[in-house]
Design a protein around this ligand. Structure first.
Ligand code: DGT
Ligand code: CA
Ligand code: CA
Ligand code: ZN
Length: 578
């Protein structure tokens, strides 16, 4: 049975094969298929269910012809047109297209003239200088191709943070019970809270490494052992993720954890500071550079920083982006913590594409200790997500009011909406509808590949509407495969600041949008953020830590994140905003 993702992949493949066959001749088809692929990936419901309801054509970009192709795929697992094209052009040529700088013409040239049907073959040919004699090629373009292949490898081998975290936790669980294990921690980029992870780094404190190494390489999730040493092993997991484990004696755990948490840039700065103090620092210890042989061990990271006369620096800040200087000046920010979050301002219910009713979501929120929530179902033009007509919006209001009555002071439930910013830039409800809602989130879900001027103008139109309070997942990225929209973020920030519009950090690990770099820039300018789960189910509430870590990487303090505010302050802000 094909998943939405696989059907989307089929349309992308179809588009790529048509580009290869005749990129000019099929340009409209190519755009149409790519658009459908994107819509299908974004689709919150199983496309099979939508097909069963006879509503395929409500999906963005789906007309009669494409609907019948989807049906073909659902029924038979493939489609005729795709099979015909696959017989004409080897699929490996499509892979070659993924290399930056290689368009359809070049890919076909390499295929027809040099028989290249894979990235590996392309790399070999470029290295051996076998492409430079082809029309409009040269030594320089071979170099470009090699660079493109490197960049591609960097892009595609990183895992999403949630995937890496659950892999790390599954690996650590049985190791924690091995005799002699005193501490077991996640290090590396995962500990620093990055949105994507190259490999998982684990660190264990114990005097006896052998049984830990043994348990690690024999873990059921492991498919391949890449290295099995006395205190260090590397494995590959079922999902392709790599994981390194090191075991160190407990009295050296601090230097080791600091070293393997990184980042490399942060470590380099720490080493420089150590050298200024006549010490060399590595994962093992500090040692005197005067030849005295003196060694200083650190069991904790606090001791590492203390020896460098620094306060403890939280892992999320360790990127050499000013944290060393801030620490030296005793000016590290008071970072947002998960316990500071009092509210969730973005969630869906069965009124649109959520799994739970308003009442059930309210229970979930209350159980998690939230003090207020905003119900933000999709607006009318997002048909595939069952967006709310104005009439249904008012019906929902009644339901919210009755649930509110049940909860009383225990939880305040506001009515909001996640309003579509339509492809032409117009908003999905009239101003008087927006004015009647407690909170308006405006989001881009469609036509995300518009050119910079068009899509920026679209978002600015929403920001500048006085009723819009928050912009949901502003850049529209999906991790790992969808690049953010081509927005002029300077213009977006300027408008958000001028209008006191809050920008969201969507905590879902597929999004983490704003990303930490843009969020930090926004905060520097004085823009406020909201860290929201965008929950569609009970389990979705649990993505919050990913959003909080992203905010911490942006140096966010609780004050700057509006859903840490008391109900009273939040209400006052809302009223100002209207
Ligand atoms: P990743 O895996 O690409 O998401 O990023 P990291 O930061 O986890 O990098 P990784 O796994 O290569 O190494 C883990 C940490 O070990 C890294 O953050 C810093 C430290 N480290 C590794 N190699 C070096 C190095 O050559 N020099 C220094 N100073 N530190 C290193
Ligand atoms: Ca790593
Ligand atoms: Ca590593
Ligand atoms: Zn949403």
């Amino acid at each position: 049975m094909l998943s939405n993702r696989q059907i989307a992949d089929s349309f992308d493949l179809l588009a790529d094969l048509l580009r290869l066959k005749d990129s000019a001749g099929y340009r409209f088809e190519v755009i149409a298929y790519q658009r459908v692929a994107e819509a299908l990936r974004e689709l919150p419901r199983d496309v099979r269910a939508i097909a069963a309801e006879g509503r395929l054509q409500e999906i963005d970009g789906v007309g009669k012809a494409i609907a019948s192709k989807i049906t073909e795929l659902l029924d038979g697992g493939t489609m005729r047109l795709l099979e015909d094209l696959k017989a004409e052009i080897p699929q490996g040529v499509v892979d070659v297209l993924r290399v930056n700088g290689v368009g359809p013409k070049k890919a076909m040239l390499f295929y027809q003239q040099r028989g290249i049907t894979s990235i590996a073959a392309l790399e070999a040919a470029a290295r051996e200088g076998k492409l430079r004699d082809l029309p409009s090629m040269g030594a320089k373009s071979e170099q470009k191709i090699l660079e493109g292949i490197e960049a591609l490898a960097r892009r595609t081998t990183r895992a999403r943070a949630d995937v890496a975290l659950s892999a790390a936790e599954r690996l650590l669980r049985p190791l924690q019970t091995v005799q002699g294990v005193l501490r077991a921690e996640i290090a590396g980029s995962l500990r620093r809270g990055r949105a994507t992870i190259g490999d998982v780094d684990l660190l264990i404190a114990s005097h006896d490494a052998a049984p830990i190494m043994e348990a690690f390489v024999n873990h059921p999730d492991v498919v391949r052992v890449l290295g099995h040493g006395e205190t260090k092993s590397s494995v590959e997991l079922h999902n392709g993720l790599q994981c390194d484990l090191r075991v160190v004696p407990p009295d050296r755990f601090g230097t080791a954890l600091s070293y393997f948490t990184g980042s490399q840039a942060h470590n380099i700065r720490l080493r420089e500071l150590a050298l200024q103090r006549g010490l060399s620092l590595n994962e093992w210890s500090f040692s005197a550079t005067d030849g005295s042989g003196a060694e200083f061990l650190c069991a904790t990271e606090e001791e590492v920083y203390a020896r460098l006369e620094l306060p403890y620096i939280p892992p999320e800040l360790r990127e050499d982006r000013g944290e060393i200087e801030a620490a030296q000046a005793n000016a590290l920010p008071t970072l947002l913590e998960i316990g500071d979050i009092r509210a969730d301002l973005h969630m869906h219910t069965t009124w649109s594409d959520g799994r739970l009713s308003v009442r059930e979501m309210a229970w979930q929120a209350r159980e998690r200790g939230l003090q207020y929530i905003v119900i933000t179902d999709h607006s009318q033009s997002l048909g595939v997500a069952n967006g709310l007509s104005v009439e249904r919006l008012w019906a929902q209001r009644e339901e919210i009011q009755s649930v509110q009555a049940e909860f009383g002071d225990a939880l305040r439930i506001y009515q909001g909406v996640e309003m579509e910013i339509r492809a032409d830039g117009s908003l999905d409800y009239e101003d008087e509808v927006l004015a009647a809602l407690d909170v308006v989130i405006a989001s881009l879900h469609t036509a995300l590949r518009q050119d910079r001027a068009t899509i920026t103008a679209r978002l600015l139109n929403a920001i500048n509407n006085p009723h819009v309070d928050i912009i949901g997942h502003p850049r529209g990225q999906l991790i790992p495969d969808r690049e953010p929209a081509d927005l002029d973020m300077d213009a977006v920030f300027a408008a958000a600041l001028a209008t006191d519009t809050v920008l969201e950090i969507n905590a879902n690990p597929h999004r983490l949008d704003l990303d930490s770099a843009h969020a930090r820039q926004a905060l520097k300018l004085g823009i406020k953020l909201a860290v929201n789960t965008d929950a569609h189910s009970a389990a979705d509430f649990d993505v919050l830590p990913f959003g909080v870590r992203t905010a911490r990487r942006a140096w966010a303090s609780p004050e700057q994140v509006i859903n840490t505010w008391s109900r009273e302050r939040f209400e006052a802000w809302r009223q100002d905003a209207d």
